[in-house]
Design a protein. Structure first.
Length: 186
C-alpha cells in the first residue's frame, strides 16, 4: 500500500490531469479551488508551486504536466485531499532526480567564505542574521521561521538550513538580491 501522502497527491494529479493534456497554472488553480472546491485560490496557488518544487509536476514552457504515473489511481466518492499534503508535499523521490536538470552559470570569480566550525558550511555563519532579516521584512516571528525551516529540511531531505531560509524568503515575497548577497559575501 502506498503512503497516504503520496496517494493523496497522486489522486489529485489523476483527477486534474485525467484528460491527458498539459494545464496552465491558472487552469489548474481554478480546477483545484473552484471546480473541486478543495481549497481557496491562494492555497491552490501555493499548492501548485509546492508540487512543482517537490517534483510532482513539471513546468514546460508555462504548461504543467504530471511527473508521476497515476494509472490505476482512483478516488472514492466524496474524497478530498488534506490541504497540507498539497501545500507542503513530500518530495517525489521516484522521478525528481531523473527528470530535473540544472544549468549552472560559469563561475567568474572564486568566492571564499569562512567555514562554520559546527557545520562546516560557510553560509551557516549568517543564518542568525538572515533569520532576523526575514523576520523584520516578513513580519514572522523567529520561532515561526525556525519551525518552517525545520519542516522544509525534513520534507526535502537534501535541503540545508540556509537553502530553506532562501525558500522561505521567496515564499514571503521578499527581494532575493540582499539575501543572495548576504550568502555570497565573505
Amino acid at each position: 500500500m502506498q503512503d497516504n501522502d503520496v496517494l493523496d497527491i497522486k489522486r489529485v494529479i489523476a483527477i486534474c490531469f485525467r484528460m491527458g493534456v498539459p494545464l496552465s497554472p491558472d487552469d489548474l488553480e481554478r480546477m483545484i479551488s473552484y471546480d473541486m472546491d478543495w481549497m481557496d485560490t491562494d492555497k491552490a496557488h501555493d499548492s501548485i508551486k509546492a508540487l512543482v518544487f517537490a517534483g510532482w509536476l513539471l513546468d514546460k514552457d508555462g504548461m504543467l504536466e504530471p511527473n508521476t504515473d497515476f494509472k490505476g489511481i482512483e478516488a472514492p466518492l466524496g474524497w478530498q485531499p488534506r490541504p497540507n499534503r498539497l501545500t507542503d508535499p513530500i518530495v517525489n523521490e521516484e522521478k525528481l532526480i531523473k527528470n530535473k536538470t540544472v544549468e549552472i552559470a560559469p563561475i567568474k570569480e572564486k568566492i571564499v567564505l569562512p567555514l562554520d566550525e559546527e557545520t562546516g558550511d560557510p553560509r551557516a555563519r549568517v543564518e542568525k542574521r538572515l533569520k532576523r532579516f526575514i523576520a523584520k521584512e516578513s513580519g514572522l516571528d523567529i520561532e515561526e521561521i525556525e519551525r518552517r525551516i525545520e519542516r522544509k529540511v525534513k520534507s526535502l531531505k537534501i535541503c540545508t538550513n540556509w537553502l530553506a531560509l532562501c525558500l522561505l524568503s521567496r515564499e514571503q515575497g521578499l527581494e532575493m538580491e540582499p539575501i543572495i548577497q548576504s550568502l555570497s559575501a565573505s
